[in-house]
Ligand binder design. Structure first.
Ligand SMILES: [Zn+2]
Length: 592
């Protein structure tokens, strides 16, 4: 992991407003000066997650999830702390000084980095081959499709010649067959090893850290079947886990405030030809959970643009529905040409294409139009079935205004009254889709609050709220009996060496134990413990702690007395116990 300095971490934290960042992931409800949201960490229905803008922390009252802005991103996106810092920095446009190479070096293990290295060498070799005499036909095919040299270089398109050229090249470079097989660049046959992508035009696929992980290989001569082949699942590539061009499209999507989703690599090239860079491909018509997660993380509206044919339009329908179920705002390009994006450009020109992709329907419009084309509205049964299906679809919309608008539209299309249509909505709503984010590990339950523990909590609560309490504690007590709580107290004292006022959001990053973080959040909200310096309560807590320590010592002596036979030793223990009891009485008298 890249090492990001404490200074930079603090800079990002102070720039990032927690409500603004969480608001990019979840809809927020205003609660006075603060906010609430439906908690993504447990199966929540009412907003249980509270976000304090003053303290820059969040806390769920049901599942106990809580923390600062980094904790949220870490748990929501399931990434490491440094990755969370980088993501938050990106969200709030705060530049960081870490280098991406260092990031890759530290994020991936040596074996994986070696796979990337092999892929990179292969890509260089295949790019070179594309411009060799052997590939004049293939290169001119690419030119015919309108791919410029710039585009070919940008997407690192190459050509894998025959006679196992790639295998022989990589073997000569010293790479082992074992590694080449592991990433599916070669395959094993009874007569030896062969290139997996022999005589194919190669479109490399990169992961979201911009590392090469797979190839998409297109047939390069007449009769070569199948037309496209892909790298099989490997340790570094799982079909459905990647969004092609995600790495590139991320910043463009932020700028354009939307991202286009298409089927294949060549569709991304088509958009690129037209100057549109905020485009990713699902590499197939299905959209996986992981891809939905990646899309969601872009925090921009999604625009689907699958092919204009029946399969593509079906993909639009299915995927739009999935996105909406995941509460992601989504639109569909109105493509009535029956062509794929590249064909649209080649047959109708760039201008037509740009106009087409700018005309979008919200998903419900798209649904209603797509299904309407299959219905004979003069046939009562068909019409009623259509109304039933659409009414239930409209009922799923979360926006009341949208619901009214589209019920009215459906009424206009079918001739049924709006009230009739609303009556068609099935009483039982379909069960809510399971959220993408799994619950975070439940924090350890709070320790039973014995007299001792509640005294320790009182001390810690005051320490969190006042430097004066910290000085008083150092002078009069200086330690807590429980080791973990004592560690927490030490971290707080440490904090006050730098600053006079403690910010919980900042302290959280300095605590290493999850239980300590949870306790800080627990104390912060618990009304039982003082929220400001209260010398009397503090000194009372010290007394209670001392008494409870004395009680523990006395009990220990009693136990020893039972088993001791030596008279001398017994007397010694007895007098020790008497003196401890005297101390105990004195403390209790002082407390009166
Ligand atoms: Zn929760």
């Amino acid at each position: 992991m890249p090492r990001i300095s404490e200074e930079e971490i603090n800079r990002v934290r102070s720039k990032a407003d927690i409500a603004e960042v969480i608001g990019k992931y979840l809809p927020l409800v205003k609660r006075g000066r603060n906010y609430a949201a439906v908690c993504p960490f447990h199966n929540d229905h009412d907003p249980s997650l509270y976000i304090s803008t003053d303290k820059q922390i969040y806390k769920c009252f049901v599942c106990n999830a809580g923390g600062n802005v980094f904790t949220f991103v870490q748990n929501y996106e399931k990434v490491s702390f440094p990755e969370a810092v980088i993501k938050v920095a990106e969200l709030v446009n705060e530049p960081l000084s870490y280098s991406r190479d260092a990031f890759v070096n530290e994020k991936y293990d040596a074996k994986t980095q070696n796979y990337f290295k092999i892929f990179n060498e292969a890509i260089d070799f295949l790019s070179y081959q594309l411009y060799s005499e052997m590939a004049t036909e293939q290169l001119s095919y690419l030119y015919q499709r309108g791919y410029s040299d710039e585009l070919i270089k940008h997407f690192k398109i190459g050509y894998n010649p025959d006679k196992d050229a790639l295998y022989r090249f990589l073997k000569a470079k010293g790479y082992s067959e074992k590694d080449l097989l592991a990433i599916n660049l070669i395959r094993s046959a009874p007569d030896g090893f062969h290139d997996s992508f022999s005589r194919r035009i190669i479109f490399p696929i990169f992961n979201y850290d911009n590392q090469p992980v797979a190839f998409n290989g297109r047939a390069s001569y007449q009769g070569q079947e199948p037309k496209y082949i892909n790298t099989e699942n490997t340790e570094i590539y799982v079909k459905g886990n990647q969004l092609y061009n995600y790495h590139e499209a991320k910043s463009a999507a932020k700028e354009a405030q939307c991202v286009y989703v298409v089927e294949g690599v060549t569709d991304v090239y088509a958009f690129y030809k037209a100057g549109v860079k905020n485009c990713v491909a699902t590499l197939g018509t299905a959209m996986s959970k992981e891809q939905i997660r990646l899309l969601k993380n872009l925090h921009v509206p999604i625009i689907l643009c699958y092919d204009g044919d029946a399969a593509g339009q079906n993909a639009n329908l299915k995927n739009a529905r999935q996105l909406v179920d995941n509460k992601i705002s989504c639109m569909v390009v109105k493509n009535t040409t029956k062509l794929d994006p590249d064909e649209v450009i080649r047959q109708n020109g760039t201008e037509f294409f740009l106009k087409m992709i700018s005309e979008q329907e919200v998903y419900i419009q798209f649904f209603m139009r797509a299904y309407a084309s299959k219905v004979d509205f003069n046939n009562y049964t068909q019409k009623k079935e259509y109304a039933l299906r659409m009414a239930n679809e409209i009922a799923r919309l979360t926006d009341e205004f949208d619901r009214q608008t589209f019920f009215a539209e459906l009424s206009r299309m079918t001739g049924f009254e709006t009230s009739q249509l609303e009556g068609l909505v099935k009483e039982v709503r379909e069960p809510e889709v399971k959220r993408e984010v799994e619950p975070v590990a439940k924090p350890a339950p709070m320790p039973k609050k014995s007299g001792r523990t509640s005294a320790e909590y009182e001390v810690l609560s005051q320490l969190l709220n006042s430097k004066q309490a910290a000085s008083y504690y150092k002078e009069k007590m200086g330690y807590l009996p429980d080791r973990s709580l004592n560690d927490l107290a030490l971290s707080i004292l440490d904090y006050y060496r730098k600053k006079d006022k403690l910010e919980i959001a900042e302290l959280l990053d300095e605590l290493s134990e999850e239980s300590q973080k949870q306790l800080v959040l627990y104390l912060d909200e618990n009304e039982l413990y003082s929220k400001s310096y209260n010398e009397q309560a503090l000194s009372e807590a010290f007394s209670r702690l001392k008494v409870s320590l004395l009680d523990e010592s006395i009990t220990a002596i009693k136990r020893q007395l039972v088993v001791t036979t030596d008279e001398m030793k017994k007397n010694e223990l007895m007098s020790k116990m008497v003196s401890l009891k005297k101390d105990r009485i004195k403390i209790l008298q002082d407390m009166q």
